[in-house]
Design a binder for this molecule. Structure first.
Ligand code: ZN
Length: 200
């Protein structure tokens, strides 16, 4: 399960699993934005949910561009896919209809001008692996570091407040995990808690 770094009325900003990043941090980095409620398609969200989620998506993308030096002159590709969960080989095995098996989520894919990865060459469309090849392909990619994630979370909260008018009560305080220092999304301030990866 991707780890929640930051939560607010718009949903959750998440770090991919250790072997789940689509882009290495040096090539631009990869984060995921989940909606405030599990839906198979964004049109299933209410107007308020859609508006708040769209604000979180834009704020998180802007935060990556603002804080990551590797994105100087670069950009973000916003990628809503969820295709692998529908593969006949994905559990449960067999044919799947999207409304029954898809969980809408959006990948923020950082695109660095300096990317050395042939799949993420600047000025080209990204190249994604086939379902069967995804494990070998993904484990090569490094996630954003705890320090990078902390800077992105802080900037996301600031943009949501300053630009999109989110109230303090709409944003949950994130605190660093005492073991790995990745931000841990939390609804109640107080004693720092370990992230789901360190607690496992
Ligand atoms: Zn941790």
């Amino acid at each position: 399960m991707p780890m929640e770094l930051f939560t607010c009325a718009g949903g959750a900003l998440c770090l991919p699993t250790r072997d789940g990043a689509l882009v290495s941090r040096a090539d631009g980095g990869n984060l995921i934005v989940n909606p405030p409620r599990k839906v198979w398609e964004r049109s299933e969200l209410t107007l308020d949910e859609l508006r708040n989620w769209s604000c979180l998506v834009a704020a998180a993308g802007a935060a990556m561009l603002r804080t990551l030096p590797q994105l100087d002159g670069g950009c973000i590709n916003y990628w809503e896919a969820g295709n692998w969960a529908l593969n006949p080989l994905a559990p449960p095995e067999g044919g799947k209809r999207a409304p029954d098996h898809r969980s809408m989520h959006l990948h923020l894919l950082g695109r660095s001008m300096e990317s050395a990865d042939p799949n993420w060459r600047w000025g080209e469309s990204p190249v994604f692996p086939r379902y069967a090849e995804r494990a070998d392909w993904l484990h090569e990619n490094d996630r954003l570091t705890p320090a990078e994630a902390q800077a992105i979370v802080a900037a996301t909260a600031q943009i949501l407040t300053d630009k999109y008018g989110f109230a303090r009560a709409d944003i949950d305080l994130a605190q660093p995990c005492p073991s790995c220092a990745y931000p841990v999304a939390g609804k109640t301030p107080g004693k720092p808690v370990r992230c789901v990866e360190c607690a496992a």
